[in-house]
Design a protein around this ligand. Structure first.
Ligand code: PHE
Length: 344
């Protein structure tokens, strides 16, 4: 018995220092396995007196628990060491682009849209979103476009089942803005618009506009010109953009204008880009028609406003001298990759 207990003491040391999981298992079987040392010692207890049996049984139990605890601790140590080893061996850098996949670039329309949004937000404008599938009322009626207006023709408008349509401009978001905000307010609304057009080098069925609207007590053409000049200075990166206003007709503005910029290629002396006029038509705009304010729920005796509709697609084409609008929505990587790496 004494000898066997001594063997148990040595066993604890062997469990603690077993070099491998296999060695650990072998020591376990030897000591606390079904036919191990503890089991053997238990068998020997039959020969003892009842008092001795109680004392020895207690001792054996304690020894067994100590050994089991040591075994489990050692096993856990092996497990975590193995895990660390795997982590060392199998780590992955998830930020490395997979081989053969080219990183994307931000689309030039999105780039210019982001720039313009940042500018207008800094001047107190909210950025609004509107539905691409619109009601006829928001797209036409509320903008003072009568049912006889040619824009409602089957040729120009994509009609959707149930009397809805794909918005033909971003101006319906003006209406939603008037219904959403209490004046005074300033808002812009970038987004895709759709026209049922034959696609060619200068016409697309899907393009992008950026609507703007400011409603306040005394809004004048001077306000409109100020914001438009600020916008153009930002877009073209220069302070001295020369603009002119020509009368233009849109049922939802009165007076309505076409804002032209002096041609930046020839500085106004005439060239093919400006068709030798010295001016490039860029931005339809005007003061909001009283009827439109009324339909938007505002009192035209109290409130006035200006609105503009910037063609982002046209702008991108001018900025990068793109001569065919079909490149814009092509998704062609030869085109897109010219617009720099993805921006953070
Ligand atoms: N919605 C008009 C268009 O698409 C542009 C516009 C907007 C004109 C706002 C005046 C004021 O042609």
């Amino acid at each position: 018995m004494e000898q066997l207990f001594a063997a148990l003491e040595g066993g604890l040391e062997r469990l603690n220092s077993a070099p491998t999981t296999e060695a650990l298992e072998a020591v376990r079987v030897e000591l606390i396995g079904r036919k191990g040392l503890i089991a053997e010692l238990s068998k020997g207890m039959g020969k003892l007196s009842p008092e001795e049996r109680v004392a020895t049984g207690k001792k054996l139990n304690e020894a067994k628990q100590t050994l089991e605890a040591a075994y489990e601790a050692r096993q856990a140590a092996f497990k975590s060491a193995a895990l660390m080893q795997r982590l060392e061996a199998e780590w992955l850098d998830l930020t490395v682009p997979p081989p053969g996949v080219a990183p994307g670039v931000i689309h030039p329309i999105t780039q210019i849209q982001t720039e313009i949004e940042e500018l207008f937000v800094s001047m107190g404008f909210a950025v609004l979103d509107g539905p691409e599938v619109e009601t006829e009322w928001h797209n036409f009626d509320a903008l003072n476009i009568p049912p006889t207006h040619p824009a409602r023709d089957m040729q120009d408008t994509f009609w959707v089942e149930g009397g809805h349509l794909l918005r033909t401009h971003t101006s319906p978001v003006q209406v939603r803005g008037m219904q959403t905000f209490k004046p005074p307010f300033r808002m812009i609304a970038p987004g895709r618009v759709f026209r049922n057009e034959e696609v060619d080098a200068s016409h697309e069925h899907t393009f992008t506009q950026l609507e703007g609207m400011m409603v306040d007590r005394d809004v004048s053409i001077a306000n409109l010109t100020y914001f438009m000049k600020t916008l153009l200075a930002k877009i073209f990166g220069r302070e001295d953009v020369t603009v002119r206003l020509r009368p233009g007709y849109f049922p939802f503005v009165e007076p309505g204008f076409e804002l032209d910029i002096q041609c930046m290629v020839c500085e106004g002396s005439g060239c093919p880009v400006c068709k030798h006029s010295g001016w490039v038509e860029l931005l339809p705009c005007g003061l909001v028609h009283p009827q439109v304010l009324k339909l938007g729920g505002l009192d035209p005796a109290e409130w006035g406003g200006f609105a503009f509709g910037l063609g982002l697609t046209r702008l991108v084409m001018m900025r990068y001298a793109i001569d065919d609008i079909r490149w814009i929505n092509s998704g062609d990587l030869r085109f897109l990759n010219q617009f720099g790496g993805p921006r953070a």
